[in-house]
Design a protein around this ligand. Structure first.
Ligand code: ADP
Length: 611
C-alpha cells in the first residue's frame, strides 16, 4: 500500500533528522569515551606514581627516624658517653610505630687486635655490654675498617667534622646502610685512635611482614581489597621476594607491571633514567616529575643494583592498567551504544507503528472510495430500471424480460462485490479454513470458465484452452481455486482489449506439470502492466492509474484475494507482463505424485469458505 506523498514526506522528514541525530550521538559518545578513558588512564598513572613515591618516602622516614632519634653527637675530645644512646633509643622505642624494627644496637670497633671489639645494647639492663664481634656482621668488618680509614682523611677541622657528622638540618646525614643484614651504621667517637661505629641492626622479619604490608595497604587499598597487586623483590630468584600481596605475584617478576620503584633511589636493572617507572604515561604537566631524586642512605659497601629492594605493582582488575582502562572504555561504550540501540529500536517501532496506522487509515479510505463507487453503478441501474417499470414505461413482455435480465445482472454484480469484500475481510482476520480435496486441474478450470462464461460471452472473447489429460492432480479447495482462476480470467477480459483496437479478443488458459508443481496460466494480449504498477498490483485496493483513467471498473481486491488463496493451498501466484503486449498470470500449485491418491483433509479443513 503506497502512502500519499504528503505522509511519506512527513515520515522522511522525521526519519532522516532522527537518524542523523542518532549517528551524531553515537559519534560523540565514541569520541567522548575515548577522551574520558585517556584522561582516566593518565589520572590513574599520576596517582599510581604519587602513591609509590610516597610509599618509598614513608619507608625512608621509618628508617631515618631511628637515625634522628639516636642523634650521633659530634666529635668530642673525651671518650663518648654511650649511655645517652641507651636513653635515646629507649625514647625512640616508646614512640615509634614499629618498636620491633630494630633488633640490636651495637657499638663496634672494627680495628684488628681490639680485645672486645663489640658491645651490644642491653635495653633491660640499660647499658652496652662488651663482647665478641657479632656473626651477622662478620663480612662487614673489613668494610668498616676501610670506612674508618677514610674517615679521618675527610676530616679537616673539628668544626668541619662537626658539620659533616652532625648536620642539624639533616640529622640522618652520615648514616650508611647495608641492605643485606639490613643495618644502619654511623661512626662515633673518632677522636681516639680507632674509630668506633654505631650499628643499628634492623629486623627483616618486621620489615617484610609488617612494614611492607602496612605501606601497601595504606597506598593501594580500594573499596574491595587492594586495587593493585604488589611485591617487593630483591634480585630475580624466588628466594628474594621480600613481600608479595598475592602468592606468586613477585616471582617470576611480572612482565606487565604498571609501576616500579627502587627504594634505594637507583635505576632498576633493565630500565633507564629514573628509579620510578610508571608504564602507562602519566600526564606531562600535572604528574610528579619522574626524574625526581629519591632520598636514601648511602651504602656502606658496594652493593649490586639487583640486590636493591624494588616495589612492583600491577592493577588487580583486567591485568595491567592499560587493559583495565580499555575494559572500562569498552564497558562505557557498550552501555552508551546499548542505550542508543534501545533509542533506535524505539524509533524504529514508532515509525513502523505509525506507518501501519497510516496504512490502515489509507486502507479504510480506499475501501470506502472503491466500494461506494462500485456499489453506485449497479444500484443506479437497478433503481432506474425499477423506476421505469413502476412508471409504466416498460410496455411489452419483451421489454420486461430485458429489464429483468439487466436488473438480475446488476444484482449479481452487487452480490459478487459484497461476497468479495466479505472474503477479503475474512482473510484479514486470519487464515481461512478450506475444504482440501484431491482435484483434477480440468475440473478447476471448467468451474472457473463456467463462472466467467457471462463476462466472456458479453465481451466476445475466444478462449484457447490447453489442459493435457495426463496432468498430475493437485490438492486444494475446489471452490476457492476456481474463484482464484475466475478472478484472473475476469481481469484478462477487463484488461485484455487494447483501447478497443483488438479485433478478436482472446485469452489463453494453459496447464503444465513442472517438477513438483502444476502451473495453470491465464494469458491475455491486453494492455499489460507497467513497471511502476507491478510491485503494487497485489496490494489490496490498488488499481493502476491508467485503468482508473480508462474507467475500467474494479475494486482492487481480485489479485490480493487470488494470491491469498494460492498461498493457502501452499502455492503461489506469479505474473509475467509487458506493457502493450499483454500479461500472463500463473497459479503454481504443488502436485500430488500418484494420481488418485486421496489424502484425508486435516481436521480443521472443513468447508468454511464460500465464494
Ligand atoms: P481490479 O481488477 O478490480 O482493479 P485486481 O486486484 O484484480 O483489481 O487488479 C489490480 C490491478 O492490477 C488492476 O487494477 C490492474 O491495474 C492490474 N491488472 C490485473 N490484471 C491485469 C491484466 N490481466 N492486465 C493488465 N493489468 C492487470
Amino acid at each position: 500500500m503506497k502512502l500519499p506523498f504528503k505522509q511519506r514526506t512527513i515520515s522522511t522528514a522525521v526519519i532522516i533528522p532522527s537518524a542523523i541525530v542518532v549517528a551524531a550521538l553515537a559519534l560523540l559518545q565514541y569520541r567522548w569515551s575515548t577522551r574520558v578513558s585517556e584522561a582516566t588512564a593518565v589520572r590513574l598513572a599520576d596517582s599510581l606514581q604519587m602513591s609509590i613515591m610516597n610509599l618509598q618516602k614513608d619507608l625512608f622516614r621509618y628508617f631515618s627516624e631511628i637515625s634522628v632519634a639516636l642523634r650521633i653527637d659530634p666529635i668530642e675530645d673525651s671518650p663518648a658517653d654511650v649511655n645517652r644512646y641507651v636513653r635515646r633509643f629507649a625514647e625512640w622505642k616508646a614512640v615509634t610505630k614499629y618498636p620491633k624494627l630494630v633488633s640490636n644496637v651495637w657499638i663496634l670497633t672494627p680495628d684488628a687486635g681490639i680485645k672486645q671489639p663489640a658491645s651490644r645494647l642491653n635495653l633491660t639492663a640499660g647499658r652496652f655490654e662488651a663482647g665478641a664481634w657479632p656473626t651477622a656482621f662478620e663480612t662487614l668488618r673489613a668494610d668498616l675498617q676501610r670506612a674508618s680509614a677514610e674517615f679521618p682523611r675527610n676530616r679537616t677541622t673539628a668544626a668541619g667534622r662537626r658539620d659533616e657528622i652532625f648536620n642539624l638540618e639533616d640529622p640522618s646525614a652520615g648514616w650508611l646502610f647495608d641492605p643485606n643484614i639490613p643495618a644502619l651504621f654511623h661512626p662515633v667517637n673518632t677522636v681516639s685512635g680507632s674509630v668506633e661505629w654505631m650499628a643499628v641492626e634492623l629486623s627483616s622479619q618486621e620489615i617484610q611482614t609488617h612494614i611492607f604490608s602496612d605501606l601497601i595497604r595504606t597506598y593501594f587499598q580500594g573499596t574491595d581489597g587492594l586495587d593493585y597487586l604488589a611485591a617487593v623483590i630483591s634480585g630475580t630468584s624466588p628466594g628474594h621476594v621480600l613481600y608479595e600481596s598475592d602468592r606468586g605475584f613477585g616471582y617470576p617478576p611480572p612482565a606487565d607491571a604498571d609501576g616500579t620503584i627502587d627504594f634505594f633511589g637507583r635505576v632498576p636493572p633493565g630500565l633507564t633514567g629514573s628509579p620510578v617507572h610508571v608504564f602507562h604515561a602519566p600526564s606531562n604537566d600535572k604528574g610528579p616529575d619522574p626524574s625526581v631524586k629519591i632520598a636514601w642512605f648511602p651504602f656502606l659497601r658496594e652493593t649490586p643494583a639487583d640486590a636493591d629492594w624494588r616495589l612492583v605493582v600491577r592493577h588487580r582488575r583486567g591485568g595491567a592498567l592499560g587493559a583495565f582502562v580499555t575494559e572500562m572504555r569498552r564497558r562505557d561504550l557498550a552501555i552508551g551504544f546499548g542505550v542508543l540501540l534501545v533509542l533506535v529500536l524505539n524509533m524504529g517501532m514508532l515509525i513502523v507503528t505509525s506507518h501501519r496506522a497510516q496504512q490502515l487509515a489509507q486502507l479504510q479510505v480506499d475501501f470506502v472510495t472503491t466500494v461506494s463507487h462500485e456499489l453506485r453503478t449497479p444500484l443506479t441501474v437497478i433503481i432506474s430500471g425499477a423506476d421505469n417499470i413502476s412508471k409504466g414505461v416498460v410496455e411489452t413482455r419483451q421489454q420486461m424480460a430485458q429489464y429483468g435480465s439487466v436488473i438480475s445482472n446488476q444484482a449479481k454484480q452487487l452480490l459478487g462485490l459484497v461476497e468479495r469484500i466479505l472474503l477479503f475481510a475474512a482473510t484479514r482476520q486470519g487464515p481461512l479454513r478450506y475444504n482440501l480435496r484431491v482435484l483434477e486441474v480440468q475440473e478447476i478450470v471448467d468451474d472457473a470458465l463456467a463462472s466467467a462464461a457471462g463476462i466472456l460471452e458479453a465481451n466476445g472473447f475466444t478462449v484457447d484452452c490447453d489442459i493435457p489429460e495426463d496432468l498430475p492432480n493437485v490438492k486444494g479447495d475446489r471452490s476457492a481455486l476456481s474463484q482464484c482462476l475466475q478472478n484472473l480470467i475476469t481481469n484478462a477480459v477487463k484488461y485484455g482489449a487494447k483501447d478497443g483496437k483488438e479485433t478478436q479478443p482472446w485469452i489463453g488458459i494453459r496447464a503444465r506439470g513442472a517438477g513438483e508443481e502444476v502451473e495453470i496460466s491465464v494469458a491475455d494480449c491486453g494492455i499489460g502492466i507497467s513497471a511502476a504498477d507491478l510491485p503494487h498490483i497485489f496490494e489490496p485496493f490498488y488499481r493502476s492509474p491508467s485503468v482508473k483513467a480508462a474507467q475500467i471498473r474494479g475494486t482492487g481486491l481480485g489479485l490480493p484475494l487470488s494470491r491469498s488463496i494460492a498461498e493457502a493451498m501452499n502455492g503461489r501466484l506469479t505474473v509475467d507482463t509487458a506493457p502493450g503486449r499483454g500479461s500472463t498470470f500463473t497459479l503454481h500449485l504443488p502436485c500430488i505424485k500418484s494420481p488418485g491418491t486421496i489424502e484425508a483433509p486435516p481436521a480443521s479443513a472443513d468447508l468454511a469458505h464460500t465464494s
